[in-house]
Ligand binder design. Structure first.
Ligand SMILES: CC(=O)SCCNC(=O)CCNC(=O)[C@H](O)C(C)(C)COP(=O)(O)OP(=O)(O)OC[C@H]1O[C@@H](n2cnc3c(N)ncnc32)[C@H](O)[C@@H]1OP(=O)(O)O
Ligand SMILES: N[C@@H](CCO)C(=O)O
Length: 353
């Protein structure tokens, strides 16, 4: 794609990047080539200073407007008439990038259970390969929530001066035992599915439904369920929340697979920006970009204190908070607050320059 073109691209373009070389993974395993599907919107200025790179969460994809439409799009906060917006489907994810159902060049069959384990550092490394391929030398804003925030923080460390603003929503610098515990219980649900271990794309799908139901409890706050899922009539069984969680499980299983869920939830567990680099505090203090960490007051999964911890050690860090009964998922839904927080951050940031 020609990033220098003066032709104004407002429409979203979806492309695929093929990395021919071997990706050396943190585990010591190697991925012999990989593909990343990515989208771009808007056009790069001559000064190449308007790149907004968005990183999706666990089950998101490269079509950022589909899942963050209140923030990205025409006349929205990140507007393609001003910004050059890039979003790539994460390595391991099933929305067009190399994942466990892709063909293993070693065997000619899908990887299935032989797909290598990935860390957030590996995910950042694969995005770095795409950045180099696109010739992007400066990222104005790198932004992501949850798993996307973890990958963004990792990448911000690697990028050094090449990123100006890093915005981390409902995320952390190191996976907590609480998060790993939730993910482990979800993987146990997948393992308990008798089809898990079979060699086909549908293996573990019922387990995935249960995994999503468990996850939904961690993505929302009890107040949200009390408001939306309380039964009006007196009941002994068939509660509204039960139907909600079952529905959410089925909804995910229709668009996702258990293999990718396994790989990306493991990547989330692996997250520790300090590993092998002298510790979390040291690494946070070495990140060159400004960091805005946005916590959610009632996030029960990624606690707001974990966001506050990031800015406590970052050299140029600030913290803002979303107030929401939604809990963790608020970063995907509370657009008004997000716009206010982002506007005030850029205003403050620009006045310092
Ligand atoms: C191809 C793709 O989809 S790409 C990937 C899209 N997803 C992502 O990018 C990940 C990020 N997004 C998300 O996680 C989610 O979309 C969120 C958090 C933003 C919103 O979640 P939602 O499920 O839409 O919201 P919510 O929790 O309010 O649930 C609403 C759904 O539950 C249903 N529902 C609500 N209560 C009940 C109940 N008691 N029983 C059964 N169903 C119920 C609603 O009818 C609605 O169904 P619908 O999604 O078919 O319209
Ligand atoms: N609701 C998000 C996960 C929480 O970050 C998703 O499905 O990707």
């Amino acid at each position: 794609m020609n990033l220098e073109s003066n032709y104004l691209i407002i429409e979203m373009a979806q492309e695929s990047y093929t990395h021919e070389g071997t990706l050396e993974l943190e585990s010591g395993e190697k991925l012999k080539g990989f593909e990343l599907t990515y989208t771009t919107q808007g056009h790069l200025t001559t000064a190449k200073d308007n790149v907004v790179w968005v990183i999706h969460a666990l089950t998101g994809d490269a079509n950022v407007q589909d899942w963050w439409g209140g923030l990205v799009g025409e006349d929205k906060f990140y507007d393609p008439s001003k910004h050059f917006i890039i979003c790539a489907n994460l390595l391991g994810s099933c929305y067009g990038s190399t994942n466990p159902l892709s063909t293993n060049p070693g065997s000619g069959n899908p990887y299935y259970y032989d797909f290598p384990s990935l860390t957030t550092r590996d995910l950042a490394k694969s995005l770095e390969a795409l950045r180099i391929h696109l010739g992007i030398t400066k990222i104005h804003t790198l932004i992501g929530g949850s798993l996307g925030g973890q990958v963004a923080l990792e990448w911000a460390y690697l990028l050094g001066e090449q990123v100006k603003n890093t915005i981390i929503l409902a995320s952390n610098a190191k996976a907590s035992p609480w998060i790993i515990g939730f993910n482990e219980s979800q993987r146990m649900a997948i393992e308990a599915d008798s089809t898990w271990g079979e060699l086909h794309s549908e293996a573990g799908q019922k387990g995935l439904e249960a995994a999503r139901a468990i996850a939904m409890i961690s993505y929302r706050h009890p107040q949200d369920f009390a408001m939306k899922q309380s039964d009006q009539e007196e009941k002994l069984d068939n509660f509204r929340i039960s139907s909600y969680l079952r529905y959410q499980g089925q909804k995910l299983a229709k668009r996702f697979n258990a293999y990718t869920y396994w790989v990306l939830s493991k990547a989330m567990d692996s997250h520790d920006i300090g590993r092998g680099r002298g510790g979390t505090e040291k690494v946070l203090s070495e990140i060159k970009s400004k960091i805005l960490a946005i916590g959610v007051d009632r996030d029960l999964l990624f606690l707001k204190e974990e966001s506050q911890f990031i800015v406590q050690f970052a050299k140029k860090g600030s913290y803002r908070e979303i107030q929401s009964t939604l809990g963790h998922d608020a970063f995907l839904i509370e657009y008004e607050q997000l716009q206010y927080i982002l506007s005030s951050f850029y205003l403050e940031s620009n006045s310092e320059n």
